[in-house]
Structures are given as structure tokens and as C-alpha cells.
Design a protein around this ligand. Structure first.
Ligand SMILES: [Zn+2]
Ligand SMILES: [Zn+2]
Length: 154
């Protein structure tokens, strides 16, 4: 169990530090909101560092962990790859592209509860659903991309 972060910090004790933490966390969150490409912690670090050069990778990890724990963002895990992060809190599944490694959000046509979609054995209670698919993303799967041009490196 991790201790609760930030919110329980004594305000009077270290106001400057608390403020800095808030700013860093905000910058990390904004970096995630700006994109839907599900960056890894290192990707987020590179993006935040461009705006806030003093930030460290360890801080970015801490911010991501705190944001994930408070439910503002989601950690997306696929096989043994490093976690990637998603700020889309709409119920959605993830498509992992087997060709370029991208992660795409897939939304339901109509929002439905897990028990409306899946056959749940009696007594099963879903706390959180994380559904993933593997296949080709729109870019890799479209007929044009079968031609010469490889997908741009992001
Ligand atoms: Zn997502
Ligand atoms: Zn792809």
C-alpha cells in the first residue's frame, strides 16, 4: 500500500514543495490530455521536459502513479511492455496494433454495462473493465498504407 499523496501533505510545512508538485502533476496531466497516442512514462517525460526543463523522470513516474491512483488517468498494460497512459476516461477498449505498436481507443456504439456485453457467471462482480484487442490500426490497415510508404515514426 502506498501512502496517500499530496492531498494529505501538511500545507503549512512545505508550501513551496506542494506547489511545485501540483504544477508538475498538472504539466504531466496536460501532456496526456494533448494526445491520444497513449505515451509511455518516458514519452511523457520528454514532452513535459520540453516545457518544464527542471522536471526529472522520477518525478514524472510519481506524477503518473498519483494520477492513476486518483483515477484521473489510466495505466494501459500490454504484455511485458512498459505501461502507457491514457487520459480518455470514457469507457473504451484498446486496440494494440501488431504492425506499428500504436494503441487506439475503441468506443462502444452505445455505452453499456459489462453485464450487458459479457456473459458473466453468477456471482461475478466487475469492478473495472479493461478490454483489449490486437490487430491493425487504421493507418496500418487501410489499403493505401499497404503501398510503399511506411507509417511515420512518431
Ligand atoms: Zn485509451
Ligand atoms: Zn499500426
Amino acid at each position: 500500500m502506498l501512502p496517500p499523496v499530496e492531498l494529505s501533505l501538511p500545507e503549512a510545512g512545505a508550501p513551496k514543495k506542494a506547489l511545485r508538485q501540483t504544477e508538475q502533476r498538472k504539466a504531466v496531466f496536460e501532456a496526456l490530455m494533448e494526445t491520444s497516442d497513449h505515451p509511455s512514462a518516458v514519452d511523457v517525460f520528454m514532452r513535459v521536459k520540453a516545457k518544464m526543463p527542471s522536471i526529472s523522470l522520477a518525478t514524472v513516474y510519481n506524477c503518473l502513479e498519483a494520477l492513476t491512483e486518483s483515477g484521473v488517468i489510466r495505466a494501459v498494460n500490454h504484455e511485458r511492455e512498459p505501461s502507457r497512459f491514457c487520459a480518455n476516461l470514457q469507457e473504451h477498449a484498446h486496440l494494440f496494433c501488431t504492425h506499428c505498436g500504436s494503441v487506439t481507443d475503441l468506443l462502444l456504439h452505445t455505452p453499456m454495462l459489462p453485464e450487458q456485453i459479457w456473459q458473466l457467471p453468477q456471482g461475478v462482480r466487475i469492478a473495472h473493465q479493461q478490454v483489449s484487442f490486437q490487430g491493425l490500426c487504421a493507418r496500418c490497415g487501410s489499403p493505401e498504407s499497404q503501398s510503399s510508404t511506411p507509417p511515420d515514426a512518431v
